[in-house]
Design a protein around this ligand. Structure first.
Ligand code: PRP
Ligand code: HPA
Length: 269
């Protein structure tokens, strides 16, 4: 890239003001007064291409760590000419512990029960739309469990993202890639790994209906009702959980842990 503006948010920056000052100085843009201004300035006023390297320390920045990172991720989702490199995530992994919340066996048993419930509520043939990336493992297990219950779903995927590399939703659901073909008039089962704020499920359900689906039932393996900001309840839920950050069985934290065969919760060690 030519004319690349690069900013390193290094581990020595220990306050929101210090991070804002570094961004303004290195990206040659106005000093943001708050998080909304940060988003506005980086979206509209900072000339691209931009690269922001995030090495800030979670403990030093406290609550601001997630908030500023989420704002930067939101801008990175919007701007094709911005790259956010989260180098803190790898370091944080050494400070994290993953504790088992639901074992492989517990998940397998619940997935089969869900398949039984779906078989009772859907026609034998329907279109199952799995949401990537998080629901890739759940979808793979669910379609085989559905087969055991006599269902013959057509399988499609849709990739959407709103979390980037943090634990807070950016507030915007971004569709990556196109809509699956021939949704028109279909009975659809929308499958996601987790329902948290509810934005992803509400947004994608409406998108399927707008694209002509006759009906869109929703199924989330995990549900965190305490975090909801959009009014939507999944039609089918595997496990209701408290406000903990979960990983494994396809679910990530900053693209890590998707490979774990169980569902775990992340804790600082
Ligand atoms: O209820 P919400 O607050 O919208 O959160 C739920 C969504 O967040 C995660 O996706 P993410 O954006 O992290 O993308 P991923 O599936 O590729 O990991 C998860 O897989 C859900 O789709
Ligand atoms: O608890 C979670 N873990 C991973 N991704 C998520 N997206 C929403 N909630 C979560």
């Amino acid at each position: 890239m030519s004319g690349l503006a690069r900013c390193v948010i290094d581990a020595g920056l220990a306050s929101r003001e210090a991070v804002f000052a570094r961004l303004a100085e290195q990206l040659d843009c106005p000093l943001p007064a708050n998080l909304d201004a940060l988003y506005d300035i980086l979206s509209r006023e900072a000339a691209g291409p931009l690269e922001i390297v995030w090495r800030a320390d979670r403990r030093a920045l406290g609550e601001d760590f997630e908030r500023i990172l989420a704002a930067l991720q939101e801008v990175a989702l919007e701007r094709d000419d911005m790259r956010l490199l989260d180098e803190a995530a790898e370091r944080d992994e050494m400070d994290e512990q993953v504790k088992v919340l639901f074992s492989e066996q517990e998940v397998a048993a619940r997935v089969q029960e869900l398949a039984r419930e779906i078989a009772a509520r859907m026609p034998r043939e329907f279109t199952l739309v799995g949401l990537l990336k998080g629901a890739f493992v759940f979808t793979a297990d669910l379609v085989r469990a559905l087969d055991r219950e006599g269902c013959r779903p057509r399988v499609e995927f849709l990739q959407v993202s709103s979390y980037g590399t943090g634990t807070e939703s950016s507030g915007r659901v971004k569709v990556i890639g196109g809509m699956p073909g021939s949704i028109e008039g279909q009975e659809v089962l929308l499958v996601d790994d987790i329902q948290d704020t509810g934005r992803t499920l509400a947004f994608t359900r409406q998108m399927l209906l707008d694209n002509g689906a006759a009906r869109a039932m929703t199924c989330a393996l995990l549900d965190k009702p305490s975090r909801r900001v959009v009014e939507i309840e999944p039609d089918l839920t595997g496990f209701v959980i408290d406000d903990v950050f979960v990983v494994g069985y396809g679910i990530d934290y900053a693209e890590r842990y998707r490979h774990l065969p169980f569902i775990g919760k992340v804790e600082a060690s």
